[in-house]
Design a protein around this ligand. Structure first.
Ligand code: NCD
Ligand code: ZN
Length: 437
């Protein structure tokens, strides 16, 4: 009879594929993080591994989840597609994105949904989930079992490429989504008719007051208590009346219309870039803001050079989201703990996907940031759209990004590995399982 001792059992354990050495765990001690099969297996003193990365001198963060991106593709590939959009995500320390369904044509059928998943599986460098469009006639249950992560963004206001719902339609949709146990994500705005000739007019027509009213109206449409997530909230007053989870974008936190020429259509976005006063007020709600998401909405430079009223709304941002916030951490204006909570932990909890982190069992997605800033230049970035509203801002971009325990970006070199599809919790596999990217 063989008797195994504890030491023998430890020897039998498989060697970690990767060890991140000398990691300063936020609010914790310095440790080595051992990774195997896409998970953290051990945090503590070093172990022999196939590959070791010394993290001395770097901020090591769990990689971010961006719950609001528009990866475009198809007829909109001049703006972005899965390849360029996901490379842009990785280069910004984001390893999971949630793609919005207002593609052309929109994701309104299970067939279109599956085609979108296949496109992402074939081309995405990062992990992903895809939402279902919400129109009065989508097959809610079929979209849910096809694997939609959430419903929406539901347009409770007109925006770029999205069908707007009237209050009664929203009510009905929320009832259907609630019955499925799903999450409704909502673009809540009110629009006063008029011509949006410049940023000042755009802000006035989609005013802070109308945003607040829209949020209140959404709640009035939800007597059944469907779980609601508010996309890209741009004002303190709207946040104050929101009862669901709240997402805010870097462009509303960092840009104001006074900082730029009022006629510049590049800064046209819904909800609008607000006044400096509103921007500052938004920061006073920092503790109530559940998460930061980019609303990465790329359009070409040519489209953004059209006369203001004809230019599409939307700005790119998945690659600059965490880097801009990291510069704030370096300047001690926000804490690393808050940054991780709002870009890693809260979004993963909202989606119900395994959290990335430092503890054994955590998803092994990490990004290593140097401790000094650079200036954002469009040439540094990877989105096909080729421009950024944050040109000239200070930021810290990750030098190394790890996805599922594999190094997928190091010093500008990408490697396409371990990208997973995260299906929503209503998913019923048909012929093959998920996570086959
Ligand atoms: C987004 C787009 O271009 O798809 N535009 C925008 O101004 N935010 C749509 C959206 O999220 O509203
Ligand atoms: Zn929107």
């Amino acid at each position: 009879m063989t008797i195994w001792s504890g030491a023998d059992l430890i020897c039998m354990k498989r060697r970690p594929a990767l060890v991140l050495e000398n990691v300063q765990v936020p609010r914790g001690r310095r440790a080595d993080i051992a990774i195997l099969d896409g998970r953290v297996v051990h945090t503590g003193a070093g172990a022999a591994a196939d590959r070791v990365i010394d993290c001395t001198g770097f901020f090591v963060l769990p990689a971010a989840v961006d719950v609001h991106v528009h990866m475009r593709g198809g007829s909109q590939s001049a703006k972005e597609d899965w390849k360029t959009g996901s490379m842009s995500a990785l280069a910004g320390g984001v390893t999971v994105v949630v793609d919005q369904p207002n593609t052309v044509p929109p994701i309104t059928t299970p067939e279109a949904f599956l085609a979108r998943i296949r496109d992402a599986q074939a081309h995405s460098y990062c992990s992903f989930a895809v939402n279902s469009s919400v129109t009065p006639d989508i097959p809610f249950e079929a979209m849910w079992t096809a694997g939609a992560m959430a419903f929406g963004e539901t347009f409770f206001a007109p925006s770029t490429y999205g069908e707007t719902l009237a209050a009664q339609e929203l009510s009905r949709a929320l009832g259907r989504i609630h019955a499925l146990g799903g999450l409704a994500t909502i673009h809540a705005e009110g629009v006063t008719p008029g011509e949006d000739t410049d940023l000042v007019a755009h802000d006035a027509l989609r005013s802070p007051e109308r945003e607040r009213e829209a949020v209140t109206a959404v709640h009035a449409c939800n007597p059944g208590g469907c779980r609601i997530h508010f996309c890209h909230m741009s004002t303190a007053k709207a946040i104050d009346v929101a009862k669901g989870t709240v997402e805010v974008t870097p462009h509303h936190l960092f840009l104001s219309r006074e900082k730029t020429w009022a006629g510049d259509p590049r800064f046209k976005v819904n909800p609008p870039i607000r006044s400096e006063k509103e921007r500052k007020a938004l920061w006073t709600r920092w503790d109530r803001i559940d998460m930061i998401a980019s609303d990465h909405a790329p359009h070409t430079i040519a489209e953004k050079a059209l006369p203001f009223s004809n230019a599409p709304s939307g700005v790119p941002g998945v690659e600059t989201m965490v880097p801009l916030l990291m510069a704030e951490v370096l300047d001690r204006r926000i804490t690393l703990t808050d940054l991780i909570r709002k870009t890693v932990t809260a979004p993963a909890a909202l989606l119900g996907i395994p959290p990335a982190g430092f503890a054994p069992g955590d998803r092994a997605d990490f990004a290593l940031y140097p401790q000094s800033t650079v200036t954002v230049e469009p040439e540094l970035l990877h989105s096909r759209c080729g421009w950024t509203p944050f040109e000239g801002s200070r930021a810290i971009f990750p030098e190394t990004v790890i996805l599922g325990g594999a190094v997928v970006l190091r010093e500008g070199e990408f490697s396409r590995r371990n990208a997973l599809w995260y299906a929503g919790k209503g998913y019923v596999p048909k012929t093959q399982g998920q996570n086959t990217a």
